[in-house]
Design a protein around this ligand. Structure first.
Ligand SMILES: [Zn+2]
Length: 236
């Protein structure tokens, strides 16, 4: 019977490992997705700032052209001022000159704003480029490991499953059925050690006589309360 219990413990270990491998199937892709998601976010922020930079540069160029053309007009009007003959002509010219001056001043304010945007986005672009570069460098080996773990997962699972199959062939049918039933019903551990004379699964106290029987290990004992298979391990 000790042999059966040892085999059940081995089986339980294999089942725990299989469970872990199954969970890896879910969490490995999640981890990869999270890492890529973080880098994608940096890429998006970088692209946004590059766009803001390009956009501001383009506007700046256009406004500089507008300012130049207003300045040309202004000069023309100012030249004209010297040769006017009537008050009406004078008033019209003053209005034109004022309008151009106002335009130039407004556009110069706009240029200042755009230069602020250009400075800010230049800084951000450098920052995100640096972040992205270091994220890529830091994550490269991590991603490689996760991907190769993913690739080897199926092989590991099938190897463990084979191991399980050959082990179960050696285990007493009845004991195996009890084990499978508890594992299915309870999830997690089906074979638990006695801890301080209590079930290691549900912590219910076990009668002293049964503790002795479990210690002898001459047959399969299950906890009255939770049904788990109880085994004796020497406590310190
Ligand atoms: Zn129990």
């Amino acid at each position: 019977m000790q042999q059966v219990l040892t085999s059940l413990l081995d089986l339980q270990e294999i089942d725990e490992q299989l469970g872990e491998l199954d969970r890896s199937k879910v969490y490995l892709p999640e981890m990869i997705e999270n890492i890529n998601g973080e880098m994608d976010k940096l890429e998006v922020q970088l692209a946004e700032n590059r766009e803001a930079f390009q956009d501001a540069k383009k506007k700046q160029k256009q406004i500089e052209l507008d300012i130049q053309s207003d300045k040309n007009e202004l000069e023309k009007y100012q030249q004209h001022m010297k040769v006017i003959k009537t008050n009406k002509e004078y008033d019209a010219l003053v209005t034109e000159i004022d309008t151009r001056k106002q335009n130039i001043s407004d556009n110069e304010d706009e240029i200042l704003k755009l230069m602020g945007i250009i400075d800010e986005s230049t800084e951000k672009i450098a920052e995100f480029e640096k972040d992205l570069e270091s994220a890529k460098a830091n994550n490269a080996s991590h991603l490689d490991n996760l991907r190769s773990e993913m690739t080897s997962l199926e092989a590991k699972i099938s190897k463990k499953s084979d191991q399980r199959k050959s082990l179960t062939k050696t285990i007493d049918r009845r004991a195996l059925t009890v084990y499978e039933r508890i594992r299915k019903g309870k999830g997690g551990l089906a074979v638990v050690p006695l801890r301080k004379r209590a079930c290691g699964g549900c912590f219910k106290q076990i009668p002293p006589q049964m503790v002795q029987q479990i210690r002898r290990g001459d047959r399969l004992y299950t906890c009255d309360s939770c049904g788990r298979i109880l085994i004796w391990v020497d406590e310190e």
